[in-house]
Design a protein around this ligand. Sequence first.
Ligand SMILES: Nc1nc2[nH]cnc2c(=O)[nH]1
Ligand SMILES: [Zn+2]
Length: 464
Amino acid sequence: MASSHSVTVYWGSLINPKTLTCYDACPNSLIAVSSVGNILWTAHDVGPSQLSHILVQHGCPDAHIVRLNEGQFLMPGFIDTHTHAAQVPIVGTGYGLELLKWLNELVFPCETKFKDKEYAEEVYPLVVKRFIASGTTTCCYYGSLHLEATNVLATAAHSLGQRALIGKCNMDKHTPGDESDYIECSAAVSIEHTHAFIHHVHSLSPGPSEDPKNPLIYPILTPRFALSCSDDLLKRLQHVATSHPHLHIQTHISENPKEVEEVKKRFGCDYAEVYNKYGLLRHNTILGHAVYLNDKEIDLIVEKKAGVSHCPISNFNLKSGVAPIGKYLDRGVKVGLGTDVSGGFSSSMLDAMRDASIASTVLALQNNPSDAPEQENKFANQQLPIATLLYLATLGGAEVCALEHHIGSLDRGKSFDALIVDLHHEAVSDLKEMLGRFIFAGDNRNISAVYVQGKLVGGTSHCA
Ligand SMILES: Nc1nc2[nH]cnc2c(=O)[nH]1
Ligand SMILES: [Zn+2]
């Protein structure tokens, strides 16, 4: 048992996701957190008269108590399953462009600047702080193709205390229409730098958990997308993936009709099949976007237990399309949310939740009455309920990252990756209504504390 004074007990309202359709909303909960940031036990419906008895029962009468105020609640931190740290400098620009033109005209020139390590040292700590301030406790970042700069990103996330999956882009082939020199000089160098990056991440300490099995920073294999990888590179990536079964993988899939057409032209098969052929579809693969998957691809993704990162802000902004997320959920695909900066113009998962709601509403409005939901068709062409939006932003994201045993909800045995949300004077008496208010009308100012592995790393109450 942890020594009594090393335990912190949070006491107040709790929002905790359970399933795609259900979450707990408990007004008087206790969450006990160990000195290394793990949740030791929880209790619910605890009134002031019962507190000391419960603490004694759990062997920690002197625990440090953090009492939440009225208008505040605890919830798990957000898990952003897809975003680009190297594109924050152009966030909000490029309105009106579509994917391939946007990549060539804006994104590649922006990422090229990370060739300069000093530039990376200036930009990346600000990027990580920006995502932490949005309540993102775990973030899946794409860096640029540069080894040194991506090392800087990993070090920044580690020292600022954010949990992160970080990848150096693998890309040795021009995308259609691109003639810049923003590609790696060979497949061999791309892989050599990938190994060096993985080594750098493994040289960082595990962080507050002190447990190498529950580290703060994970390396993630990051073939940018099929079109920017030569066949040789894809084969070498397959070799890396096969020899490291625990290594996460992230990439883009079926985001834009022209991109899908180019993939078909080059590889002669479905997009998902390209990744499967090279051993890149598995339980710890994160597939960004997935707007245009066909039924065969959906089956393949379910079979391989890969996850989809739904990026609705970006899918609207780049006019990519509306991903049929309800249909994927009905078919058993694991789904999380991604901000996809700078395809998306916001680093806030609250915005991703709102746009996920709008995307589902668009499909619901177009719904042909003859497609009326059948019993096994719970989500397709329906507006996603609040419980589902919450799940996608937290526990669903954890499943997509294959980290659901550690994060995603505030349950015993998991890491205390949590937010204290403060609605101030806008609080209402019903906790479920408070959650709705936060999702649809809240912003960073309502995020009073951000904890990762028990450590306060951000929020309005945190002085950096
Ligand atoms: N949205 C988005 N799609 C991509 N496909 C390949 N690279 C990118 C990128 O940086 N952003
Ligand atoms: Zn992306």
